[in-house]
Design a protein around this ligand. Structure first.
Ligand SMILES: *[C@@H]1O[C@H](CO)[C@@H](O)[C@H](O)[C@H]1NC(C)=O
Ligand SMILES: *[C@@H]1O[C@H](CO)[C@@H](O)[C@H](O)[C@H]1NC(C)=O
Ligand SMILES: *[C@@H]1O[C@H](CO)[C@@H](O)[C@H](O)[C@H]1NC(C)=O
Ligand SMILES: *[C@@H]1O[C@H](CO)[C@@H](O)[C@H](O)[C@H]1NC(C)=O
Length: 393
């Protein structure tokens, strides 16, 4: 009798599958090693309602590379939807004066000629735990005053910079997921936020290059095409003043040394020096996922923007023309290395290691340029109302 045997075979397979499933679930629930062997997926991820095709490690809030007890000791609210660029500044606890100078200059939103809700970026400082309780209390007072600091549960030290870099990426992905780009700058850099406003504004309001490119008469919006296009690039963006062929130091006498065991090659792949890096959100995501799984390597910029970026085939877009190095005897640092003529001497993004006075002077200079830009843009709007697209990114 063929029919019943097919039916019983079917029922048999079904029962077998159910028993197998139940046994697997029990094993999974009761044998911790099975549960912890992979990526330390927490309950919240397992029961997550959102279907995911990949393992979303960043949902596992308590993992930071090889630390499984990671928490934020100080935290900040999530980004509002108007934030298109998040600026994260790794800073050592003792660099209070540097943070203060940044708050007085390029992160001084009160002085920007715009309503707060129209400012498309936000600045947050990234810290670890200082070595004394007194400094912790000071940090907490500072944060009470400014509300712009995030602190992770690892000791703030040189060797732990990779934790801070990956924490910055984690924070971006968890609390600022709608932002299109992440900008990481050191706390001794002038980030040209007025210029950043112009780029972001151009990107947000114009889906094509501004009309003024065809007119020779508009001075202020004469921004070089490469950078305008770059800021419109929403994917695959890793933009920095790329370093190439840097030799590995083996001796402890060098600050940036790496053992043969931790990195055997003689030179590093191209990487971004940490003082100024722009990442698109997808690049942050890919680098973060890789960094969470990779073996810890202490030189964060080499590890994340060099080794991991190379593994993931993420190409660095060189920002040489948008970085200036400050000469001590000048009031500002507006000297571009690239004199090819396609860029305006004021449109740099990163100005490396300015003095206190240079920081203030550059801030005033670029604030003035932003005011001119806004004024001209308003005039243009009045004359070309119909040619404007107000669609956001
Ligand atoms: C997490 O922290 C607790 C104590 O706070 C410690 O006992 C435990 O070993 C830590 N777990 C890991 C994985 O580091
Ligand atoms: C960070 O660096 C210090 C040494 O300065 C070390 O003691 C500590 O274990 C490191 N790691 C973490 C996760 O804090
Ligand atoms: C604007 O750009 C054009 C061509 O790129 C250049 O010739 C001109 O000098 C620039 N104007 C200013 C004020 O930078
Ligand atoms: C190390 O060097 C070899 C040979 O030059 C190369 O194939 C490999 O990709 C390098 N590894 C890294 C991490 O750059």
């Amino acid at each position: 009798m063929p029919a019943p045997s097919v039916a019983s075979l079917f029922v048999g397979i079904l029962v077998g599958l159910i028993i197998g499933y139940v046994v697997w679930e029990c094993a999974y629930a009761f044998i911790p090693s099975l549960r912890n062997s992979k990526y330390h997926i927490t309950e919240s991820v397992r029961v997550s309602i959102q279907p995911t095709t990949e393992v979303d490690d960043f949902r596992d809030d308590s993992q930071l590379i090889d630390l499984y007890n990671f928490t934020y000791i100080m935290n900040q609210p999530s980004c509002t939807p108007n934030i298109h660029a998040l600026v994260l500044v790794p800073s050592a606890p003792e660099n209070r004066d540097k943070r203060k100078l940044i708050r007085q200059t390029w992160a001084n939103f009160v002085e920007l000629p715009l309503h707060k809700s129209n400012i498309p970026f936000r600045v947050v400082f990234m810290l670890g735990i200082p070595d004394t309780e007194t400094s912790q209390a000071e940090l907490e007072r500072e944060n009470f005053e400014y509300d712009d600091m995030v602190q992770g549960s690892f000791v703030d030290s040189y060797e732990n910079m990779t934790y801070k870099h990956v924490m910055a990426m984690k924070w971006f992905l968890t609390f600022c997921g709608n932002s299109k780009i992440l900008i990481k700058v050191d706390d001794d850099v002038f980030l040209n936020t007025p210029q950043l406003m112009i780029y972001l504004h151009n990107t947000m309001l114009h889906n094509q290059l501004p009309q003024t490119d065809n007119h020779g008469d508009d001075r202020v919006t004469n921004i070089s095409k490469p950078l305008k296009l770059l800021f419109r690039q929403q994917r695959d963006l890793l933009f920095c003043n790329r370093k190439i062929g840097v030799r590995v130091h083996r001796s402890y006498r060098f600050r940036w040394h790496a053992s043969y065991r931790s990195y055997p090659n003689k030179t590093y792949p191209p990487y971004c020096p940490g003082y100024g890096i722009v990442y698109s959100a997808d690049v942050v995501r890919r680098l973060y996922d890789a960094a969470q799984r990779a073996k810890f390597f202490w030189i964060d910029d080499v590890h994340i923007t060099g080794l991991l970026a190379k593994q993931l085939n993420i190409r660095i877009v060189p920002a040489q023309a948008y970085t200036v190095f400050c000469a001590r005897n000048q009031p500002t640092c507006d000297v571009l290395q690239d004199k090819s003529g396609d860029s305006d001497p004021h449109e740099y993004l990163f100005s490396y290691s300015p003095t206190y006075d240079q920081m203030h002077n550059m801030w005033q200079l670029h604030l003035g340029r932003l005011r001119d830009y806004i004024f001209m843009d308003v005039e243009k709007r009045v004359s070309h109302v119909d040619s404007f697209e107000t669609e956001l990114w």
